[in-house]
Design a binder for this molecule. Structure first.
Ligand SMILES: Nc1ncnc2c1ncn2[C@@H]1O[C@H](COP(=O)(O)OP(=O)(O)OP(=O)(O)O)[C@@H](O)[C@H]1O
Length: 204
């Protein structure tokens, strides 16, 4: 089933940020969101992930199918790397964590408490989590932050494998991952702020 956005408006703090967003993401495809800081990429990703409703328009095909990786890695600090992955695997009903450990070069760190990992290692664990969700739509907000060159390559391989298996990916990233992806620049979709109709100019 495709992920379809129809004329979506997204808002932060009650104010529209982006409007008129429409696209379709099919099996095996990726879309990379581009746009300057503050343009609304995170807000759009949060809306697709179901963390907030669209202000207008509709998001179809996302419900219970999205695995979301945001700036915060969502890691349980006191659990080990493998315990973290097993926890998520149990939540999502996935049998094995081995592929995720291998894909993100976490085998040697499997017994380390997650709280003792470096920023890049934590990020690898946060991304490995995607693989144990079994969910087809990966929604990723700046997934490569803190990753070194080798880890970026691991991540790109994991996304490539996910797409090859019929998965989909929607991500905000400023770096070129060497993936075949459509680029969606949100810059042209900046929302017009609603007119203030009870403004009293006499207070100026
Ligand atoms: N909690 C909040 N309450 C109100 N406004 C917010 C909140 N979080 C973000 N904003 C504002 O919403 C707008 C969109 O922010 P958003 O984080 O979606 O942009 P972005 O394109 O992801 O930026 P970046 O590239 O810097 O991560 C910005 O103007 C931002 O200041």
């Amino acid at each position: 089933m495709d992920l379809v956005l129809n004329d979506v408006t997204v808002a932060r703090g009650g104010l529209p940020v982006l409007e008129g967003i429409s696209f379709r993401l099919s099996e095996g495809q990726a879309i990379v969101l581009r746009g300057p800081n503050g343009a609304g990429k995170t807000t759009l990703l949060r809306t697709v992930a179901g963390l907030q409703p669209p202000m207008a328009g509709s998001v179809e095909g996302a419900e219970d199918r999205v695995a979301y990786a945001a700036h915060a890695d969502g890691i349980k600090q006191v659990l080990t790397v493998s315990e973290n992955l097993r926890l998520w695997a149990a939540v999502f009903g996935v049998a094995s964590i081995e592929a995720a450990l291998v894909a993100f070069n976490l085998v040697e760190l499997a017994d380390r408490p997650a709280g003792s990992l470096s920023a890049g290692q934590k990020r690898r664990l946060g991304l490995a989590r995607l693989m144990v969700t079994g969910r087809p739509i990966w929604v990723l907000d700046e997934p490569t932050v803190s990753l070194d060159v080798a880890s970026v390559a691991l991540f790109a391989d994991a996304v490539r494998g996910h797409l090859a298996g019929g998965g989909m990916a929607l991500m905000a990233t400023h770096i070129d991952l060497g993936l075949e992806a459509q680029v969606f620049d949100v810059t042209g979709y900046k929302a017009k702020l609603p007119a203030v109709d009870d403004f009293d100019g006499g207070f100026l």
